[in-house]
Design a protein around this ligand. Structure first.
Ligand SMILES: [Zn+2]
Length: 503
């Protein structure tokens, strides 16, 4: 059935409990494919990174990529999973033109990692535990390109091209247990989970986890059940959602759509759905097959994977500081509140700030520029902080110039603006735009004398002890020097010349 009208989000949640399952695919950053020696470098001509094994030619034999297994174990350990002592790969049989072997080498009932959890922090600071069912190894498929139609979809295309460069790229699929009890916050939990997982994967160094490039993608399974009912409703599976915001929107849309179908007495079809960025909606894909339709069986061409306990413990000891632990440490070092740290995380500013501090800035200044001027610029230009055309070293240089008094904040903003506009590094912009604090004491003294002469009334007030009035004179001097004076020094000079000491 078609649903023309969605139920409002509030009304949907008033009648139903959402249950979610999130399946995240992470493309590993290994140099070679999962079962052959082909390069994983995709920026090559179509079908140039292929061999008999990843093309499934008769007689070819796969060999497991050891780094792929190591990465899978690291991910499993970081997700608090148990690591299998012995497990096998399995063939998942189905036909699709982008899969030359006619089966996908995956893992079925023997995943390498299972029974874990990931704690995620919600915007109000509350911790929500997401239980992990399993993390298993598999390979990616090739890519189809549908040509001749207006939309690039298969409908209306005159022919299709196939590129197998991606076939056999290592993937880790991480599957949660059903996420219950999130209520109205289900979409927020989904987003926070994927965000935390992405931070974790990056910290482990096993993938860059760039969602916009498809290195990490999320399938959102969602079902509703009436309040008080124990059994789950029928689920839909929104495939390949590739941004944090979209994960949240997809969950939200499906809650509203399911509620509309159920309220009108309809039944939910177990199917895959496509998510549409433009309006946040989903549309029907294919009817979802059940596991038994894939005729899984153990892969006879690959030896079982049996990681020794010594190796697993060695990998455990080598795990980096995990993102949430790191955030807590930085929060204390920087002396910021939970709430501020959350804003820094959401802005994607943690790594830029850390790099800026490493390049010589103090924590407060680094934070101030990334969360102020630069965050605003990123917002306005619709970019990530990390992709702004300014480096942490350049930001650090600006903070140093401010600290040594060559720039004040106002001038520093202009310097940053210049760097972002491609005028060169901070020193180049200072030079080209002539942005230097007037530190020539003689010139500054003259400007102060003029300001006092022009504002005799204010000067008298200050002489009689109303030190607060000095602000007006500072303003006059700053104006006269076009903002290029050190305001603190100007204030000192004014008080000095008027014979007032601050007490
Ligand atoms: Zn190959």
């Amino acid at each position: 059935m078609t649903v023309t009208e969605l139920v409002s989000y509030e009304d949907a949640l008033a009648s139903y409990d959402p249950v979610m399952g999130l399946e995240v695919h992470v493309e590993l950053g290994t140099k070679t494919k999962m079962f052959c020696g082909c390069s994983t470098e995709l920026k090559q001509d179509a079908n140039s990174q292929t061999c008999p094994t990843c093309l499934g030619l008769p007689g070819s034999l796969p060999v497991v990529n050891a780094i792929g297994v190591e990465s899978a174990i690291k991910i499993g350990l970081a997700l608090n999973c148990e690591i299998a002592e012995w497990c096998r790969f399995a063939r998942k049989n189905y036909f699709y033109p982008d899969m030359p072997k006619n089966f996908q080498t995956s893992q079925y009932d023997e995943p390498i990692a299972f029974n874990g959890y990931l704690d995620v922090q919600l915007e109000d600071g509350e911790i929500f535990r997401v239980e992990i069912e399993r993390a298993h190894m598999e390979e990616d498929t090739g890519k189809s390109l549908h040509v001749g139609g207006a939309t690039g979809r298969i409908h209306g295309a005159s022919h299709s091209l196939l590129d197998y460069n991606r076939a056999g790229i290592p993937l880790i699929e991480i599957v949660t247990k059903p996420i219950e009890g999130a209520g109205t916050r289900a979409p927020e939990v989904a987003k926070a989970y994927v965000a935390e997982l992405r931070e974790l994967i990056k910290a482990l160094g096993v993938s860059e986890a760039r969602m916009e490039q498809g290195q990490m993608r999320c399938d959102v399974n969602l079902s509703l059940r009436p309040h008080g009912r124990a059994e789950f409703g029928t689920r839909s599976e929104t495939k390949n959602v590739n941004s944090l915001r979209s994960v949240e929107r997809a969950a939200r849309f499906e809650i509203q759509r399911h509620a509309a179908v159920l309220n009108s007495g309809g039944t939910i079809v177990q199917e895959t759905r496509h998510f549409h960025e433009e309006d946040g909606s989903t549309t029907a894909g294919r009817i979802k097959d059940n596991a038994e339709d894939y005729r899984y069986f153990p892969e006879p061409d690959l030896v079982p994977v049996a990681p020794s306990r010594e190796w697993v413990e060695e990998l455990r000891r080598g795990l980096p500081e995990l993102p949430r632990v790191r955030r807590n440490r930085l929060r204390e070092e920087w002396g910021v509140s939970e709430h501020d740290m959350q804003s820094i995380l959401n802005a994607g500013a943690i790594d830029p700030i850390v790099a800026t501090i490493e390049a010589g800035a103090d924590a407060a200044s680094a934070r101030k520029w990334w969360m102020g001027e630069l965050a605003r610029n990123a917002n306005e230009s619709g970019r990530d902080l990390a992709s702004l055309p300014i480096t942490p070293e350049q930001v650090a240089r600006v903070t140093v110039l401010v600290k040594e008094g060559s720039l004040n904040d106002k001038l520093a903003r202009q310097v940053i603006e210049g760097v972002l506009a491609g005028e060169g590094g901070p020193d180049d912009v200072v030079e080209k735009r002539g942005l230097k604090v007037v530190s020539d004491e003689g010139a500054l003294g003259t400007a102060v004398d003029e300001a006092i002469a022009a504002n005799a009334g204010i000067a008298d007030k200050i002489r009689s002890g109303k030190v607060a009035a000095a602000g007006a004179l500072v303003g006059a001097v700053m104006k006269a020097t076009r903002g290029q004076a050190d305001a603190a020094r100007v204030r000192e000079l004014i008080l000095e010349k008027l014979g007032v000491t601050e007490g």
